[in-house]
Design a protein around this ligand. Structure first.
Ligand SMILES: [Fe+2]
Ligand SMILES: [Fe+2]
Length: 285
């Protein structure tokens, strides 16, 4: 069977008003046009700050529409708000923020079958939100996995399941709570989920947990050198991930186009606490 080439790009943080990372996006669009994959999956933080600047959502959609091949996207915390405990911004996901996403990008959880694989994308910002949609999505996920009809599964969520300690019970905005992590891993092991692709940390890394590969996609936009502090795993790097899917076969590798700027925002993070507090920098196109 001919293999299926999938690009996972994450965390582009796009904005018309605060276009700090648009140059890298231009490089990414050019790379996709030069050598089009079969599909592009975007794993969240498409927007710089849709919570304060709803126009980021419209701009991100315009940018997706420049891609030369089909694409699917799931939301991140900069798109629809964060999950409880939202320790950083106190702007948890809610129905209105989710509605804005769906108005621009359509369903926030989805399934897509290719080359003997079932791709499943989740609105993982709903985990631990307490919203009715959280239970609805879990029920949908059960059905999507039970209906895989022998296909292997590649799952996409915005945040990683954990950093370097799989059993951690810490509350963090960096990864999912212990109960959610266990529930996802139980489902993964029961339903041939071979890999889970995530974003959010702006670091690249591959780990394996109980036979499931955990692929951290870097951001296409920027890094935060030295963040999270003292984390012994992962690499501070920009780029994206290329997967090749065939019958029972999955491989992946990281790509950093030479023209991608590293955009280390660690000084900004130290000074302003977040990139969202940066002053305007309009995209003049
Ligand atoms: Fe991000
Ligand atoms: Fe994020």
């Amino acid at each position: 069977m001919a293999d299926f080439r999938l690009i996972q790009v994450s965390d582009p943080h796009l904005s018309r008003q605060k276009a700090y990372f648009q140059e890298n996006w231009e490089v990414f669009v050019a790379a996709m046009r030069a050598d089009p994959p079969d599909l592009i999956v975007v794993t969240g933080d498409l927007c710089f700050d849709a919570i304060e600047q709803p126009d980021d959502m419209a701009f991100a959609r315009e940018q997706m529409d420049r891609l030369p091949v089909p694409w699917l996207a799931i939301p991140g915390n900069h798109d629809v708000g964060d999950q409880w405990p939202d320790l950083k911004f106190k702007q948890p996901v809610d129905a209105a923020k989710r509605r804005l996403w769906m108005d621009h990008f359509g369903p926030d959880w989805w399934v897509s079958d290719h080359a003997g694989w079932r791709l499943v994308g989740l609105n993982a910002m709903l985990f631990d939100s307490g919203l009715p949609e959280e239970a609805e999505q879990w029920a949908w996920l059960d059905t999507a996995l039970e209906g895989r009809a022998g296909r292997d599964v590649l799952l996409f969520v915005h945040k990683p399941l954990y950093l370097d300690v799989p059993e951690t019970t810490a509350d963090s905005t960096l990864f999912y709570a212990a109960g959610t992590r266990r529930r996802l891993m139980d489902l993964a092991q029961r339903h041939a989920v071979r890999a889970i692709g995530s974003g959010h940390l702006h670091r690249r890394f591959v780990d394996a947990h109980h036979g499931v590969q955990l692929v951290w996609a870097p951001s296409s936009g920027f890094v935060m050198g030295g963040f999270p502090p003292r984390l012994p795993v992962g690499e501070t790097e920009v780029g994206y991930v290329e997967y090749r899917l065939g019958d029972g076969v999955l491989s992946h590798h990281f790509i950093r186009p030479p023209a991608f700027a590293l955009n280390d925002m660690s000084e900004t993070m130290a000074r302003l606490k977040s990139t969202v507090n940066l002053p305007p920098k309009p995209w003049l196109g």
